[in-house]
Design a protein around this ligand. Structure first.
Ligand SMILES: Nc1nc2c(ncn2[C@@H]2O[C@H](COP(=O)(O)OP(=O)(O)OP(=O)(O)O)[C@@H](O)[C@H]2O)c(=O)[nH]1
Length: 728
């Protein structure tokens, strides 16, 4: 959990173009840069070809609408489902941009970082504000790659609704499950958009079923596709029984035809749509009592007489209650189906007035991800009070400031780390500054200082010892700066950003896996620290026990025996726990965090006047002594893996995974592809994208997610320990 947050009251009249709740500083500066190119930024941003100036509509002229006409929404999905392409179409049709951006050409609005444009992927979420039919939409495009899950998390906590985009040929994919779970956690009402209906293998029914089965959600089919794959040309609006057709010769899809379905011209389609509408009405009536009463009363004889608006209002209610999700379809790339999606956003997703925010206590923090920005303190306070009245009251707080804070961002533990070095010692402060700023934007990036790893330091291609003596015999050592991140891509992007945005060429050490350690048996130790400093005697005696437990947490459980005096504990508890935590952060085998342990303090004697530092030191030493005696175990990160591959390449992929200690759980058939689902240790999967590309001629895709930490087998553990000690 992020350590803290602050609230900022923003004068929205001064920055009316940035009607957003919580985006990182660089996004705000970059947005300002787009609208006002001369704002001095003090940091380099990638240029925005073709976007500065006339191509983007200035929002300063648009008056603030009432809250009921505001939609704060996000776009989320598995990587490459088409979020950015859909966002580009949305911006174009709303009049925000005057030309269609393309991910493949690297000229989109929301993917504005150089790395995003070069790789065609979203790395940072981007917020844009635009209007649609009298509504003000604040939209955030989020990344789909698992390495940037925290970006999604920090956006979800401020959204009122979300559009989940799916590749209609793949249905629910691995990362869709992750973002869906995140949205569930933040209680975000959603709409599903089945994109890529033009793609070979696209199947509306398959995608709807996968939403039902894999996401355990109730899909409300609001549209039916007209054609699929190459024949896809439009959609039927099930609610109004109209067909929407896009002109095949139009190059931007701006204009389309909306016509009622008629018995004479479309008998088959009309029959199918009537069946779908009746099924939809029954489904909504099952979920909404008010609608059920209406349907069973006035319209039970003939659902055709039920006005579209009544059905729409009921769909809005069930969407808000999150008992079902409306499903629409289209092809963003072929410019079909995006305008009805915009209508659905305004019609079915909630306004800020209809949402309760989870306000939580968090401690104070500098301006960073997790801060809460409000347009005025009084309106935010009113919202907080309403949330308390209507919500579960469990977060009622006394302090006014505390009541305004939104729930924090949950930060997963990093699984990779590597050293990073500046080009010269003189540049170390610049590197520290860059890392500090990047960490504030991206709390999933962790930086730690490793004083004495006993390893070699890599500077360019030259190996230098990390510790030595100078000519006068004085000992010196290199302090390593260590980057800890969510994946290979995450660290690569950070490295690249330091170069481009801060002008610093840095050197990365080899990428290493973040292992953990645990103990296998209970051990007990006693220690006494007796030191006299000046005229003061510091004397502490501690007896403690460390034992294995099941928590999957890197924080040890700390217990105190009844024999430990409560008065003594009151004065020294913090020092004792600091001592325990510092040892548990660096285990005896690899210097990795220790997990699944409980520490019980059995006895404690403290001489009056002993400093808390000495108490911490004694507890640390005693715990180290105990751990030395224990049987120890290295735990390695185990990744959940999903590889989507055509049948022809299945065998080589399986053979390769077997060599990587992979454990295959299931092989599913998804359209013409096979989906291999299993687990593989992270250490074995480094650089997998290159290997998979070679094995399958670039036709396969894969997704990885941390599943848990598992015990290494004795042989692999001893090989790893030998490697770390430099014996192999
Ligand atoms: N056939 C087809 N391709 C599409 C469609 N929409 C997007 N694409 C392509 O799919 C690829 C990924 O599109 P993006 O819009 O970058 O997807 P994304 O979900 O934003 O990707 P990340 O942000 O990196 O997760 C690009 O090559 C697009 O051209 C579509 O409707 N049909």
């Amino acid at each position: 959990m992020l350590s803290g947050s602050r609230i900022f009251a923003v004068n929205h009249k001064k920055i009316s173009s940035l009607n957003i709740n919580n985006v990182c500083c660089s996004k705000i500066r970059a947005s300002l840069k787009r609208l006002k190119p001369h704002v001095p930024l003090g940091r380099n941003y990638s240029s925005l070809p073709g976007l500065i100036g006339n191509d983007i509509k200035s929002l300063r002229s648009v008056l603030s609408p009432p809250a009921a006409k505001i939609r704060n929404i996000g776009i989320m999905a598995h990587i490459d489902a088409g979020k950015t392409t859909t966002t580009e179409r949305i911006l174009y049709y709303s009049g925000y941009t005057r030309s269609l951006g393309d991910v493949d050409d690297g000229d989109t609005v929301t993917d504005f970082m150089a790395q995003e444009r070069e790789r065609g992927i979203t790395i940072q979420s981007a917020a844009v504000t635009f209007d649609w039919k009298g509504y003000r939409l604040n939209l955030i495009d989020t990344p789909g790659h698992v390495d940037f899950t925290v970006e999604v998390e920090r956006c979800l906590r401020v959204l009122d609704g979300a559009v989940a985009v799916f590749d209609a040929s793949a249905g629910v994919e691995a990362q869709t499950l992750t973002v869906w779970r995140q949205a569930d956690k933040h209680k975000i009402p959603r709409i599903c958009f089945l994109n890529k209906m033009d793609k070979t293998g696209a199947s509306f029914n398959y995608a709807v079923e996968s939403i039902r089965e894999k996401l355990n959600a109730k899909p409300l089919v609001l549209q039916l596709p007209i054609g699929e794959a190459k024949t896809f040309k439009g959609v039927v609006d099930v609610v109004s029984k109209e067909k929407l057709l896009w002109n095949a010769n139009s190059d931007d899809g701006k204009d389309f035809e909306r016509k009622p379905l008629l018995e004479m011209s479309d008998p088959e389609l009309l029959k199918k749509t009537t069946e779908a509408r009746n099924a939809l009405i029954e489904q909504v009536a099952d979920l909404d009592d008010e609608f059920a009463d209406l349907v069973l009363g006035e319209f039970s004889e003939n659902f055709d007489l039920l006005p579209a608006e009544k059905l729409q209002t009921a769909i809005h209610r069930v969407t808000l209650a999150q008992t079902a999700v409306p499903v629409l379809c289209g092809s963003a790339l072929r410019n079909k189906g995006v305008q009805p999606l915009l209508d659905a956003i305004t019609m079915y997703l909630p306004s800020p007035e209809e949402r309760n925010y989870e306000f939580l206590h968090l401690v104070c923090l500098q301006t960073a991800t997790g801060d809460t920005i409000v347009s005025s303190k009084s309106s935010a306070l009113a919202a907080a009070r309403r949330a308390e009245r209507e919500g579960e009251k469990k977060h009622r707080r006394n302090s006014e400031a505390e009541r305004l804070l939104l729930a924090g961002v949950e930060i997963p533990e990093p699984v990779f780390f590597c050293t990073i070095e500046p080009p010269s010692m003189a540049k170390q402060p610049d590197l520290d500054h860059a890392l500090k700023c990047l960490h504030r934007e991206d709390p999933s990036l962790k930086v730690r200082l490793d004083p004495d790893t006993g390893q070699f330091s890599v500077k360019g291609y030259i190996l230098e010892p990390a510790k030595g003596k100078d000519t006068k015999g004085k000992v010196w050592e290199i302090i390593n700066t260590v980057l800890c991140g969510m994946g290979e891509l995450h660290i690569e992007i950070i490295h690249d950003r330091i170069k481009r945005e801060y002008g610093l060429e840095t050197y990365l050490g080899p990428l290493q896996v973040a292992y953990r350690e645990t103990i296998l048996n209970s051990v007990r130790a006693t220690d006494t620290l007796d030191r006299t400093l000046g005229d003061k005697r510091h004397l502490v005696t501690v007896e403690l026990e460390a034992k294995p437990i099941e928590t999957a947490s890197v924080r040890p459980v700390i217990e105190y025996a009844d024999s430990v005096s409560e008065d003594l504990l009151k004065a020294s508890q913090e020092a004792i726990e600091n001592g325990i935590h510092s040892v548990c952060l660096q285990g005896p085998l690899l210097g990795s965090p220790i997990q699944d342990v409980a520490i019980t303090l059995h006895s404690l004697m403290i001489h009056p006047g002993t400093s808390t530092t000495m108490i911490s030191a004694c507890v640390s030493r005693c715990l180290q002594k105990a751990l030395k005696k224990a049987d120890k175990q290295v735990l390695e990160p185990l990744m959940g893996l999903e590889v989507t591959v055509t049948k022809d390449y299945l065998s080589p992929v399986l053979a390769d995974l077997a060599q990587r200690r992979g454990n295959i759980q299931e092989i599913q058939t998804r359209q013409n592809n096979k989906v291999v689902i299993g687990f593989v240790p992270l250490a074995e999967i480094m650089g997998y994208s290159t290997v998979l590309r070679t094995l399958t001629s670039g036709s396969a895709t894969f997704a990885l997610e941390l599943a848990n930490y598992q015990a290494m087998n004795p042989q692999d553990q001893s090989t790893l320990l030998s490697q770390r000690r430099g014996f192999t």
